[in-house]
Design a protein around this ligand. Structure first.
Ligand code: TYM
Length: 336
């Protein structure tokens, strides 16, 4: 019999920071897709705690949030039997590659990053070198695993582009080393907006808790937050420029229920915003219920969570070490 060539599955890499509790934006913009991608791709996911310390963190809280996020990712459906799931700081190659990549990244490129500009405006008292260098560590995360695709929300687009530029530059200087990764953005909900100011991205660091839905919010809290979502005074449920609040709610509802924007407009024709907001809130609460139940079970089992960290870190180290060794050789570091 003729032997079929084995086709290498595409490799996926993505990560999320363990700062606060995951929001509906993180879930719809990224994590839900990570779960789906496990069927088709070779997936590697990380908890980016090294990125988290670019903003001051309480050490005890950071430790707790890291394990909590591990439990939450498992509850969302990341399966450590099928995917590699690990904590960034537990795999030393990330810091190591990021130093080499620093030396292939220009000051000007990093100065243009909008997230750096936003975050330094928000934390003027702590514009540290790590905050400036953040995208290079992100490039190291991705390039270490020779990832083909990076599933992220729209706010990470500029960082993924920079990663490609760094990889390309390294390949030109030292010969083919890195796969050039591509961003993979969801069609719907790539940018979930704040419920209180729909011109701003939904963010867990928002001072107003009514602006974001946390994945662990109780159903009644979710309903309350959606009911108080800022909309407009038109009383017409349709997706159109200038109706950012309604557009956001329609995108969320569509991403959760699978209905198209047109179907949603038809469903709510002649109905008021109050009814629509309640429907969105109920749909979100219902979708999150099983995740919340599973989360509670994982959360109780610290030994299991630590075991997942250990296993994931070993797998990630093995995979990333190959790339790091190649890079060290190429740049002229002596090996022992
Ligand atoms: P982080 O922790 O801010 O967010 C995790 C993921 O959630 C997406 N996201 C959103 N999507 C839609 N609407 C929103 N309102 C929203 N808010 C957040 C983000 O786009 C992201 O995909 N730098 C990254 C973490 C990281 C990483 C990496 C990502 C570190 N290394 C390597 C990809 C590859 C971050 O801060 O994500």
């Amino acid at each position: 019999m003729e032997q079929q060539p084995t086709v290498r599955k595409k490799r996926i890499f993505s990560a999320i920071q363990p700062t606060g509790i995951m929001t509906l934006g993180n879930y719809l913009g990224a994590v839900r897709n990570w779960v789906e991608m496990q069927d088709e791709f070779d997936c590697i996911y990380s908890i980016a705690n090294m990125h988290a310390i670019t903003v001051r963190q309480d050490p005890k809280e950071l430790r707790e949030n890291t394990l909590r996020l591990m439990a939450l990712l498992l509850a969302c459906g990341i399966d450590p039997e099928r995917s590699v799931l690990f904590v960034q700081s537990q795999v030393k190659t990330h810091a190591e590659l990021s130093w080499v990549l620093n030396c292939c990244t220009q000051f000007g490129e990093l100065s243009r990053m909008t997230q750096f500009k936003d975050k330094s405006a928000r934390h003027p008292e702590n514009i540290n070198a790590g905050l400036f260098d953040y995208p290079v560590l992100m490039a190291a995360d991705i390039l270490l695993y020779q990832a083909d695709l990076v599933p992220v929300g729209d706010d990470q687009r500029q960082h993924v582009e920079l990663t490609r530029n760094i990889a390309q530059r390294f390949n030109t200087l030292y010969g083919q080393t890195f796969v050039l990764p591509e961003g993979y953005y969801p069609k719907l909900a790539a940018r979930v907006m704040s419920l209180q100011d729909p011109t701003k991205k939904m963010s867990k660091s928002d001072d107003n808790p009514k602006a974001f839905i946390s994945i662990l919010d109780k159903p009644e809290t979710i309903l309350k937050k959606f009911r108080s979502a800022v909309t407009d005074s038109e009383a017409q449920i349709c997706y159109r420029e200038g109706k950012e609040g309604i557009n956001n709610l329609m995108s969320i509802y569509s991403a959760i229920t699978g209905r198209t924007l047109q179907q949603i407009t038809d469903e709510f024709a002649g109905k008021g915003y109050g009814e629509f907001k309640t429907a969105v809130g109920e749909a979100v609460a219902e979708a999150l219920r099983p995740v919340q139940e599973r989360y509670e079970a994982y959360r109780q089992d610290k030994a299991y969570l630590e075991g997942c960290c250990r296993k994931g870190a070993e797998q990630a180290l093995r995979l990333s070490q190959r790339t790091l060794e190649k890079v060290y050789r190429k740049v002229g570091f002596l090996s022992l």
